[in-house]
Design a protein around this ligand. Structure first.
Ligand code: PLP
Length: 374
């Protein structure tokens, strides 16, 4: 056995679509990007979607349109991929790290305790695809008149109170990195139902040009562009978008299979008393972008040892979600977040992807049981 941690679900459909786009002669920020955006917005249930180069740039632009800048503070979890904190640093603001709860998502009491006169936004992360409690953060942000931004990098297809992530607030950022649920190689998307945000986001991703290349190309008149503010090159290519269009068609299948695999894992592993498994709460439906296992103190072996032995059996695993405040880039701040640190140090992520076979899943379950049931 040689089981990787993840595998993108790409096939002939994506290859053919990319091939056609390449031969069409229009390869970036053109008709395929527009079509992908339209399909994406329809899927998640927002009015608009804006494609960008990745989720980190989606977060960067979202913070800009939310009006976050130099000297401001944005509350976010430390327990997240470092891109969440970095995007805040890019605009000159300070990430204020709050604690997480048992779902590895922001703890609202911890967030409340960190709100100050400088707080401009709360960046909530749907960690590993598990929805955060959006409504309670919305109420809190309305009370303090601050913006909510959702880092939904991992959460395409996850649902909160019966609706897709992407439909609940006005700046929701997704990733199409191969480690996420669908992929365009690299790629990102912002969903919004706010027209002002949409217009500015579309501008900022292409150096704030007043007229797009596509509009200019299709115009009978000669159009001259102006650059209305300082923007960025955060475009998505049409080659990526044509892959994304095909991936979106497969998303329901991918989600079903992921949830099926998670169920087999949960049924197979639940008799192990020294671990905590992910669990859907009422009204919260995850896509299982990652399947994480937390090792309690009673575990007969430590996390790193478990990873080492699994690796020797051909099973890849990863450490739990990192804590940005423990990474060298943010360490100088000397912050202590005991809950986040405990989850990070004592959890592992095991393989979960749609082409994982049932016999591989049972093999993984049995190997873990051998190590953790004594
Ligand atoms: C992957 C990830 C990102 C970054 O996404 P990219 O598309 O690679 O830039 C941001 N936030 C979280 C929570 C992620 O998991």
């Amino acid at each position: 056995m040689n089981i990787p941690i993840a595998k993108p679900f790409l096939g002939k459909e994506e290859a053919d679509a990319a091939h056609k786009t390449i031969l069409s002669g229009w390869v970036t920020q053109g008709p395929k990007v527009a079509e992908f955006e339209e399909n994406f917005a329809e899927y998640v249930g927002s009015k608009y979607a804006i494609a960008v180069s990745n989720c980190t740039t989606a977060l960067h632009l979202s913070l800009i349109v939310a009006g976050v800048s130099e000297g401001d503070e944005v509350i976010c979890p430390s327990m997240s991929y470092i891109a969440s904190a970095n995007s805040i640093t890019y605009v000159g603001a300070t990430p204020i790290f709050a604690e997480v709860n048992q779902d590895y998502n922001l703890d609202i009491e911890s967030v409340k305790s960190k709100i100050s006169s400088k707080t401009k936004a709360i960046l909530i992360v749907h960690q590993m695809g598990m929805p955060a409690d959006i409504d309670s953060f919305k109420r809190l942000s309305q009370k303090h008149n601050i913006q909510i931004i959702e880092d939904a990098a991992c959460a395409i297809g996850s649902e909160y109170k019966g609706q897709m992530i992407g439909s609940h607030s006005d700046l929701v950022c997704f990733s199409f990195h191969p480690r996420k649920v669908i992929t365009t190689g690299d790629g990102g998307m912002i969903s919004t139902s706010n027209k002002k945000f949409k217009d500015r986001l579309k501008r900022l991703r292409k150096h704030a040009m007043s007229v797009s290349d596509y509009e200019r190309h299709n115009s009978k008149e000669i159009l001259f562009e102006d650059h209305l503010e300082i923007g960025y090159n955060y475009r998505m290519t049409d080659i990526q978008a044509s892959v994304g269009i095909e991936q979106l068609k497969k998303l329901d299948f991918i989600l079903n299979r992921r949830r099926e695999i998670a169920k087999i894992y949960i049924d197979g592993l639940k008799e192990i008393s020294c671990i905590i498994l992910p669990k859907d709460k009422n009204g919260f439906k995850t896509n299982y972008q990652s399947f994480s296992i937390f090792l309690k103190k009673s575990s007969p072996i430590k996390r790193n040892e478990l990873m080492k032995i699994l690796s020797s059996k051909g099973i890849a695993s990863r450490r739990g979600i990192m804590n940005a405040h423990l990474e060298t880039a943010y360490k100088q701040k000397k912050i202590k977040l005991p809950v986040s640190e405990n989850y990070y140090k004592n959890s592992i992520i095991i393989p979960l992807y749609s082409s994982l076979k049932n016999d591989q899943i049972y093999y993984i379950i049995n190997e873990i049981k051998k190590l953790l049931i004594t």
